[in-house]
Ligand binder design. Structure first.
Ligand code: GTB
Length: 220
């Protein structure tokens, strides 16, 4: 039977100009890790809110994922779907697999929210009278999670033995702190992010996302 090439959606214009921060990066990286070719449909902010796109994504966002008759949204669910259908992102052993999935949820549900909250504040609350007072509170919340994660990671390469979809999501979440200086206090987390970014699959995904904005074909 002929395999269908998955189609994902990504920003036609991204605030970071394709430097790996928009959430299609997670999906691209997962597809690259498992060696699954994919196509990308670029959507404008206007198109994301139209009914054709909302049929795929009820909240009018990217990324989405289409494969034959299947349509998915939510980057975590898409990465889990890819990881379950291909070797390489989840261990075969049932307990190790459950632990890797636990790290996927931890990345999205426990570590990402305070990081997201801080990012949003820096983007849209800078002109508020209370901004200078609120930012340290938000940053302390981020540091609590970073300290806990740093303690658990210790000097290991990955969160639970081999690299998994849990690490893939955690690295993309921690990358949201680039330029904030917040990771500097946790050398093992900085090294962990660098380890993720050094993976050939990450580099291919990053180059493909960047190419949307430079117009140059990915080289790596
Ligand atoms: N929970 C959903 C998921 O994980 O898939 C969240 C999806 C989401 O937030 N999508 C964003 C979106 O479509 C793009 S990724 N926003 C448009 C809208 O809501 O109207 C968030 C994002 C965008 C850009 C940067 N950047 O340039 O730095 C970083 C992150």
């Amino acid at each position: 039977m002929r395999k269908t090439t998955p189609i994902i959606t990504a920003f036609a214009r991204s605030p970071d100009r394709g430097r790996g921060l928009a959430r299609d990066m997670r999906v691209r990286w997962a597809l690259e890790e498992v060696g699954q070719p994919y196509e990308v449909r670029l959507v404008s902010f206007g198109e994301m809110k139209e009914s054709a796109h909302r049929a795929l994504h009820p909240f009018g966002q990217i990324p989405t994922y289409e494969e034959g008759g299947l349509a998915l949204f939510e980057s975590g669910a898409i990465v889990l779907h890819i990881a379950e259908r291909h070797a390489g992102l989840l261990p075969d052993n049932a307990s190790a697999r459950a632990r890797a999935i636990t790290w996927m949820f931890a990345a999205l549900n426990t570590v990402e929210p305070p990081i997201f909250e801080r990012t949003i504040a820096t983007l849209v609350e800078r002109d508020k009278t209370w901004y200078e007072e609120r930012l340290p509170i938000l940053e302390d919340r981020v540091r609590v999670r970073l300290g806990e994660l740093s303690s658990r990671l210790g000097d290991a390469d990955w969160l639970d033995d081999a690299f998994s979809a849990g690490d893939l999501l955690m690295v993309t979440v921690l990358r949201r702190l680039n330029g904030s200086g917040l990771l500097d206090g946790y050398p093992n987390l900085s090294a962990y992010v660098a380890r993720g970014e050094a993976r050939p699959a990450y580099k291919r995904a990053f180059a493909a996302q960047l190419a949307v904005f430079t117009g140059k074909p990915p080289t790596g």
